[in-house]
Ligand binder design. Structure first.
Ligand code: TSB
Ligand code: ZN
Length: 585
């Protein structure tokens, strides 16, 4: 998909289309007042105050129709420049425009408006010459949006649209959008019964259903095994801590707005934990360490709670209750490079196992001017950032840098991916931290018998099981490799009267080998059951009839193939177990 915001021609076209939208809305709802209508990567939107009116599904076609009418009428789009005084006078009844104008400095910028027929809007431009050129557009969706993004303000109506130069581009885009909707993990999650949400449990709190739980368990086993081999020691710690714990760590000062509010129990004040680092610092501190023990690698599949804005929560991808594949690595300063390198290699290794290719490394740095957000120690930041760059260059890793994306305790390397719908998100992360070990007064004894402070690497390979699963669902479009698939084999007897007994026999054989198998003994047509097995994206569908029963064989179809293969039952079991072990498709 082309980035409309960055394509000069499309940017102008979409911006002009936003004005066309506003004009049509004004015709239909004369009370309308307009806030801003920017161009975004995938089109444009306009934030509109419609008084009590709330936009509904059926309104979009009406607005679109009016837009078409205005466009056909073909008025020119004319620019006027104004002084600030004139602008304030012209828009004196519009609190939104007054807010914008009052913040403008006429010595620094020209104040301009654009008029098309009966509609004038304050705007920097540029625009196309006439509304006639706006032909190939579509209104896509709408939502509520607080004025200036602040929940204390009035909720405005935001309408999204997109405009192209020709119909072919528009149709291609709409088709891609449809494909992305089909791939959306929220849709597949529902269709395949992977997870659910319920308002009684709460927003951003998904419930993993049996099918989803199988996938999660496989992920847990997979990464646990890898981490064991790499010398990680796993722990279990509570998903609450006292407020004091988070005051000690600095989260209370730097991360409070992302946390659930505190709760009092007897004389203690608790918070649901947003991160596990403080608990792991205390686990480290539980005993004395010599430089010979380092690196100490403490891992946990740890549940965290974070306050995410209600408009931002999304399926499994952005939740308020999540489970991190977390670990904190305690190292000597000399070990930072090596240990960081091992983490990056583990990330690469895991992505390879899952066949993931669409990701980018982002080196997330602090914004040096933001002394509030980031802990203030220039030397520490400079050293840490330099160290990460050095390792990335050594490993020849392609990455981009992002100022202001660091954690409050240090710079980090993040893996960024693009979901089917919505903005990019981070999966894996590895974060360098010189601060928390100091706050918790952690030590190790060096080779001169002196106490030293270790450095900590925070790392999560999957990020959270929640977000990783969301991404995996979208990448595989719900057709999981056999080792992850909730149901690996679906058995269909050709005719229940003659073949059910044999099918049950095969079911037992597979089930005994821990192969996840289902037997479809419903009184439905064979063709119907086979089609359904495909729709459910089950990797292997077995069809058992006379021939198979007679020869102690099975016939199978793989997902996505129309070919039928016949094998001796033992050979089939060998084959599928091999694929599961080797994580092959
Ligand atoms: C890696 N203290 C570190 C940890 O030791 C930490 O918490 N880092 S984090 O804040 O970046 O979170 C780790 C990962 O959790 C992120 O990389 C991201 O993949 C995932 N994550 C963060 N917020 C959410 C959320 N709201 N929903 C789902 N996953 C999330
Ligand atoms: Zn951490």
């Amino acid at each position: 998909m082309i980035n409309i915001k960055e394509d000069k021609k499309l940017n102008t076209l979409n911006h002009s289309c936003a004005h066309l939208l506003a004009q049509a809305v004004k015709h239909l709802y004369p009370q309308a007042k307009f806030w801003v209508g920017p161009v975004i990567e995938e089109g444009f939107y306009y934030d509109i105050d419609l008084g009590d009116k709330v936009i509904k599904d059926e309104d979009l076609p009406k607005i679109e129709k009016e837009m078409k009418k205005i466009a056909k009428d073909g008025k020119r789009i004319v620019r006027h420049e104004l002084t600030k005084k004139e602008a304030l006078e012209k828009f004196k009844d519009d609190e939104y425009k007054l807010d914008l104008i009052s913040r403008m400095d006429e010595n620094e910028q020209v104040i301009s408006c654009y008029t098309q027929g009966d509609f004038t809007d304050l705007c920097r431009g540029p625009h196309v010459e006439t509304v006639k050129l706006l032909k190939h557009f579509k209104l896509l969706k709408f939502s509520g949006a607080y004025w200036k993004n602040d929940a204390k303000n009035k909720m405005l109506q935001r309408i999204y649209g997109v405009c192209f130069e020709n119909d072919e581009d528009l149709q291609n885009y709409l088709q891609e959008l449809e494909e992305r909707k089909q791939r959306d993990h929220r849709k597949i999650g529902k269709d395949q019964e992977l997870f659910m949400t319920h308002e009684l449990v709460g927003s951003g709190m998904p419930l993993w259903l049996p099918n989803g739980a199988i996938i999660r368990k496989q992920l847990e086993n997979y990464i646990y095994e890898k981490e064991q081999k790499l010398g990680y020691k796993h722990v279990y710690t509570p998903c609450v801590g006292t407020t004091n714990l988070y005051k000690t760590s600095g989260h209370w000062d730097h991360y409070k707005e992302n946390m659930f509010p505190e709760m009092k129990v007897d004389d203690e004040e608790f918070v649901l934990r947003p991160m596990n680092c403080p608990h792991h610092m205390l686990v480290y501190k539980n005993k004395l360490h010599s430089y010979r023990d380092l690196p100490v690698r403490i891992g946990e599949f740890a549940t965290d709670f974070r306050y995410e804005a209600s408009g931002a929560v999304k399926g499994l991808e952005r939740v308020r209750c999540m489970c991190q594949n977390d670990a904190h690595l305690f190292v000597t300063p000399e070990q930072i490079g090596d240990e960081f390198k091992k983490v990056v290699k583990l990330i690469l290794d895991v992505y390879e196992d899952f066949g993931l290719k669409n990701y980018k490394f982002r080196l997330s740095l602090r914004d040096p001017s933001d002394k509030e957000k980031y802990f203030d120690d220039d030397k520490m930041w400079n050293e840490a950032e330099a160290k990460l760059r050095e390792v990335l260059n050594e490993l020849n890793i392609d990455y981009f840098e992002a100022i202001g994306e660091a954690a409050f305790y240090g710079p980090k390397l993040d893996v960024e991916v693009k979901p089917a719908v919505g903005p990019d998100v981070t999966l894996s992360t590895c974060q360098l931290d010189f601060l928390l070990p100091r706050k918790f007064e952690l030590t190790y004894i060096d080779n001169n018998g002196q106490k030293q402070t270790p450095v900590v690497l925070h790392r999560a390979i999957f990020g959270t099981f929640d977000r990783f699963t969301a991404f995996l669902i979208e990448e595989t479009k719900g057709a999981f490799p056999v080792w992850l698939s909730p149901i690996q084999v679906n058995i269909i007897p050709v005719n229940n009267t003659y073949h059910l007994e044999y099918a049950e026999e095969i079911f037992k054989l597979l089930n005994d080998k821990n192969i996840r198998v289902e037997l479809d003994s419903r009184e439905e047509k064979l063709g119907y059951k086979m089609r359904e097995s495909q729709t459910r994206k089950i990797p292997y569908t077995l069809i058992l009839g006379d021939k198979e029963k007679e020869n102690q064989e099975i016939s199978y179809r793989k997902f996505g193939s129309n070919e039928t293969t016949t094998l001796k039952i033992a050979d089939f079991i060998d084959m599928i177990l091999n694929k599961i072990t080797n994580k092959e498709n």
